[in-house]
Write a protein that binds this ligand. Structure first.
Ligand SMILES: Nc1ncnc2c1ncn2[C@@H]1O[C@H](COP(=O)(O)OP(=O)(O)OP(=O)(O)O)[C@@H](O)[C@H]1O
Length: 266
């Protein structure tokens, strides 16, 4: 089991940030985690990565029950690609060194990598489409280029779980689609671990994310096969607004119904 969360809650002073969250992610499954701002996505991810501890409930990640495992060791097995990570990378750092640093779970490269590790870093840079800017300092890269380098860095550690935390944030239409096609290709590769794709936007959900968890106000609003979760009825209740769910090819989109869109303006 990749994630086994049983009724986990996280309470801070008088605020219940997560409440009775149940979530089971099995080996080989790719999930999307969808929630509005403030729904608790980051808090849940921090918990899965062992940075915070459930106030109540039972959490097992990568078959390691919290309370009996070394959380630093657990973290090495999880690749969490987020804007917070991007901000930690020094602007002068080059993509090759950034990817190699993933092997040593460090920000910055302080170890001497072996020829095999260098070869793996090159292979990953290639796989993530980073060849044309592999020598450019990180600070000069576009948002999409930075994301691709950071995904390569995460894969360098051979993780058992890869968390893509809003990878399309700040990307224009073309960069977003490029990013999504790279993720779709990753999902096709048998070496890719289970992925969790975090987003606010339903139209970013690729068919490879066959399961979806909808998080609303710290609770699981719905979880299960994406096709069963993404119905107009469920999404209308999820957003507290009448919405329609359209299917475009193998992708989905959600739109506010006209009158709901008008209501939300005023
Ligand atoms: N340490 C804390 N103490 C008290 N409240 C907190 C703490 N951390 C987060 N919260 C609150 O918990 C709620 C969920 O926050 P969280 O960052 O997990 O949401 P999110 O779904 O990741 O939002 P976004 O999509 O905007 O990043 C918010 O109301 C936030 O203010």
């Amino acid at each position: 089991m990749i994630i086994d969360a049983r009724k986990i809650s996280w309470v801070r002073s008088d605020h219940t940030v997560l409440k009775n969250v149940d979530w089971q992610v099995r080996q080989g499954e790719h999930w999307s985690l969808v929630g509005l701002n403030g729904s608790g996505k980051t808090t849940l991810l921090k918990m899965i990565n062992g940075y915070i501890w459930p106030t109540s409930g039972k959490l097992t990640v990568l078959n390691r029950p919290f309370g009996t495992c070394d959380l630093r060791e657990l973290r090495k097995k999880i690749g969490w690609v987020s804007s917070a990570l991007s901000e930690k990378i020094r602007p002068g750092e080059r993509p090759e060194a950034i990817v190699l640093s993933g092997k040593f779970a460090s920000i910055g490269l302080y170890e001497q990598p072996s020829p095999a590790e260098r070869a793996m870093a090159y292979e990953l840079l290639h796989k993530l489409g980073c060849k044309s800017f592999e020598n450019r300092p990180f600070g000069l890269l576009s948002q999409g280029e930075k994301q691709r380098v950071l995904i390569a860095r995460a894969l360098m550690a051979d993780p058992e779980l890869l968390i893509l935390d809003e990878p399309c944030n700040g990307l224009d239409l073309f960069a977003r689609e490029q990013m999504l096609s790279i993720i779709a290709e990753l999902a096709n590769s048998p070496e890719t671990p289970s992925m969790i794709f975090v987003t606010h936007h339903v139209e970013e959900l690729l068919p490879c994310f066959e399961h979806t968890l909808l998080l609303k106000a710290g609770t699981v609003f719905k979880s299960g096969p994406t096709g069963e979760v993404m119905t107009p009825e469920i999404m209308t209740a999820f957003y507290d607004h009448r919405v329609s769910v359209q299917r475009q090819g193998r992708r989905l989109s959600v739109a506010l119904n006209d009158d709901a869109a008008m209501e939300s303006k005023f």
